[in-house]
Design a binder for this molecule. Structure first.
Ligand code: 5AD
Ligand code: SF4
Length: 419
């Protein structure tokens, strides 16, 4: 979502303020650091980055801080780093033109509704369009700072989405990535406008856009994976067969403490349903280890889910206590070294699973959408099920979909040849 927010800022600054992107820091008149605050590390990194920019920027160049850390720390950022000229929150992106010339402006209102704002057009990759379908998050997962930084959830009207996607398709995009903190809660609340549509309805509506060939989305929430949604996922030929199902923990009691709204069994049931309806789908997940109160048995439950589902991609994190969250003040915080050991164990086992999955790809044929030129005459693309695949080729392949036979496998990516 931050990548898309950055695109929105670039578009606004280019079309309303005549700024252009530069690859050279010393040339920049304006530097914006778009930040994450979901874990503590990137927040700490922000202040060292500001120092680096101060050292190398040209005299008089402005520095702005955007994103979730901006929402969360607000004017505190300017207090700690007075060289920062303005602070703009993750919920206030459309205000970028207003803040760049106001010394020490702090725009971080999380009630602000920009769900129908018509942003300018900028896409870093013309072949794949990212499109926000909602802003904010209505959940209250006890570990997560996002509801405090991005505010309540508001869906973007479906007609606006169809318009935006159609425009991207006319500009050469065959693939769309629908973005939201909780995409399958789409339609629960709109801003000023009333509309009766849910995420399944939105997928059906978007599928009618001519020239659009692939639909991806992230992230769905396991709690809202009803049968109708999974049936649409499995049967709609435009929907890519890759699905992110964020587990967080395999322990039912920990899931309760996290306020995730499902049990280990519900989660496994949804994954089984995906495998039954759509055996070719790949499933990825997010897992947190070392959440307060996590016992050895809780952690074994997480390992058990990994064993049963065999996630193709795993994003795993050590629990990081965050301000404005319930879990930060829970008793029984877990020792960092224990959390570290568990993370290593989880990741090592996942690596073994991934090696088996990738080894089995040799000789398989995937439909690949090529979207990026790489050095040494290589072109990269993604298979329908989300695998990164390289072939030898030139820019003629860009924007094309072709069948590729896998010739070489590795943990992170596959090599193949167009057949
Ligand atoms: N500590 C560690 N990981 C977290 N995430 C969210 N909050 C925290 C936290 N406090 C992880 C979750 C989420 C992903 C985007 O980041 O796994 O799904
Ligand atoms: Fe955070 Fe939970 Fe919302 Fe995801 S669903 S953004 S983990 S509060």
């Amino acid at each position: 979502m931050n990548v898309r927010d950055s695109e929105h800022m670039i578009a606004e600054l280019n079309q309303k303020e005549s700024y252009e992107l530069t690859d050279h820091l010393e040339e920049a008149d304006l530097i914006i650091i778009n930040t994450c605050s979901v874990r503590e590390k990137p927040v700490a990194k922000l202040f060292s980055e500001i120092g680096v920019f101060n050292k190398h920027k040209k005299p008089g160049a402005k520095i702005g801080v955007a994103g979730c850390t901006a929402s969360h720390l607000g004017k505190e950022i300017i207090k700690r780093a007075p060289s920062v000229d303005f602070v703009i929150g993750a919920r206030n992106v459309s205000k970028i033109s207003d803040v760049i010339d106001k010394k020490h402006a702090v725009e971080i209102n999380t009630d602000y509704d920009e769900s129908t704002y018509a942003f300018g057009e900028y896409r870093s990759n013309p072949f794949k369009a990212m499109v926000n379908i909602s802003i904010g998050c209505d959940k209250s997962c006890t570990f997560c700072i996002v509801p405090a930084t991005r505010g309540d959830e508001i869906s973007i009207p479906s007609d606006l989405l169809v318009q935006e996607i159609s425009k991207a398709v006319a500009g050469g995009a065959k693939e769309v990535m629908l973005l939201g903190q909780n995409v399958n809660n789409y339609g629960r609340r709109f801003g000023a406008l009333e509309e009766k549509i849910d995420f399944t309805g939105l997928l059906q509506k978007i599928s009618t856009i001519e020239g659009l060939e692939r639909i991806r989305f992230t992230s769905p929430h396991p709690l809202h994976m009803d049968d109708a949604f999974l049936e649409e996922f499995a049967s709609n030929p435009k929907i890519c067969k890759q699905i992110h199902v964020p587990l967080q923990s395999g322990s039912t009691s920990l899931l309760k403490a996290m306020k995730r709204g499902y049990t280990k069994e519900n989660f496994l049931n949804r994954c089984e349903k995906i495998r039954t309806l759509c055996p070719e789908a790949t499933i990825s997940t997010d897992i947190i280890v070392g959440f307060p109160g996590e016992s050895e048995q809780d952690f074994e439950d997480t390992m058990d889910v990994l064993e049963k589902v065999r996630f193709e991609q795993l994003f795993s994190f050590k629990y990081s206590p965050r301000p404005h969250t319930e879990a930060a003040v829970f008793e029984k915080q877990i020792d960092s070294s224990i959390a570290g050991e568990r993370l290593t164990k989880l990741q090592s086992r996942h690596t073994e699973i991934l090696d088996e999955v990738m080894d089995a790809q040799k000789g398989k044929v995937h439909r690949v959408y090529f979207d990026e030129l790489k050095p040494n005459g290589r072109v990269a693309g993604r298979s329908d099920d989300g695998k990164l695949i390289f072939v030898q080729g030139s820019e003629e392949l860009l924007g094309k979909i072709a069948d590729v036979r896998i010739t070489k496998t590795s943990r992170g990516a596959l090599d193949g040849e167009v057949v």
